[in-house]
Ligand binder design. Structure first.
Ligand SMILES: NC(=O)C1=CN([C@@H]2O[C@H](COP(=O)(O)OP(=O)(O)OC[C@H]3O[C@@H](n4cnc5c(N)ncnc54)[C@H](OP(=O)(O)O)[C@@H]3O)[C@@H](O)[C@H]2O)C=CC1
Ligand SMILES: O=C([O-])CC(=O)C(=O)O
Length: 262
């Protein structure tokens, strides 16, 4: 039986642990930052460790729910130990040095980095369209102002006083992913699937009338035109994160354990 570990114990990690259990799988161990073991144990009701070597000893499938810092800190050790690692921290891959370290560790140790689709969909169509050539890929992310708390949107806009939708970022997916580690992983997913970090156009919008997190991909190329929008509910425990992102991590983990995969 696959032994599962989780990095982080926040809103997504707790959802993932609950849903795995409902589906007959169980996370056995959580990796927390040093000093946070008791909080992690209390939140997840499982064994807590604070270093990736200990996690790799106990788990052969790990789900990273700890954001960019979690993947950067623990990804190379886990991949170097041969672990299958599912991550939601796709924006961290805008850092080429980190990609180099992850790739070297995976090739050395035999680990595999599985990118969860996160809060967006239609990546299969975008990946197929890439084969024929893509001319334009644009991603627009819109959230209520509270969904941008703790991000550079707070410097660009007075989030509490907005009366209409306002863009607080326009630029490449690389710049978005690096500046918004908690909010632009979808931009990174679109970039990695389609035209890459530097050719993917991104707009991030705070909308006081929005009640959901909306993710739109527009793409044009030899295949034709794609325009997909997902309006996702936020997780109750974190308005920044969409429930679909947590669901996608569960799906990716379950997929790793099944004999027939979609
Ligand atoms: N791909 C996608 O579509 C999406 C991706 N995400 C990514 O998922 C991340 C988690 O989201 P969410 O659960 O809502 O966030 P939370 O803030 O609720 O939880 C983050 C958790 O990660 C832990 N953590 C942070 N750094 C480390 C580290 N170095 N080692 C171990 N644990 C660490 C935190 O612990 P502590 O409390 O001790 O800091 C906390 O338990 C987001 O930051 C974002 O990057 C989110 C939404 C969508
Ligand atoms: O959960 C979401 O809506 C998207 C998100 O935060 C991200 O792209 O990092």
């Amino acid at each position: 039986m696959t032994s599962i570990g989780i990095i982080g114990f926040g809103a997504i990690a707790q959802y993932v642990a609950r849903e795995l259990e409902r589906g007959g799988l169980r996370a056995a161990v959580v990796l927390a930052r040093p000093g946070r073991e008791d909080a992690a144990r209390a939140a997840m009701q499982i064994e807590a460790v604070t270093d990736a070597d200990a996690l790799a000893e106990r788990a052969d499938l790990v789900i990273d729910c700890a954001g960019h810092a979690g993947l950067a800190a623990h990804g190379p050790t886990l991949l170097g130990a041969g672990t299958r690692l599912v991550t939601l921290s796709l924006g961290a891959l805008a850092d080429e040095a980190l990609v180099g370290a992850l790739e070297a560790a995976a090739r050395r140790g035999g680990g595999v980095l599985q990118l969860a689709s996160g809060a967006i969909g239609a990546l299969d169509a975008l990946a197929a369209a890439r084969v024929g050539g893509l001319d334009v890929v644009r991603y627009t992310g819109t959230k209520p102002p509270r969904g941008w708390a703790g991000s550079p949107a707070e410097e660009a806009l007075d989030l509490g006083a907005l009366t209409q939708a306002e863009a607080h970022f326009t630029g490449t997916a690389r710049a978005a992913a690096l500046a918004y580690p908690k909010n632009a992983n979808v931009a990174a997913a679109v970039a990695l699937t389609g035209r890459g970090f530097d050719a993917t156009e991104v707009r991030l919008i705070a909308d006081p009338a929005a009640t959901q997190n909306t993710h739109r991909i527009e793409a044009e190329g030899a295949f034709g035109r794609l325009d997909v929008t997902i309006s996702g509910h936020a997780l109750p425990d974190n308005p920044r994160s969409s429930a679909l992102a947590a669901m996608s991590a569960v799906h990716a983990a379950r997929r790793e354990t099944e004999w027939m995969r979609l």
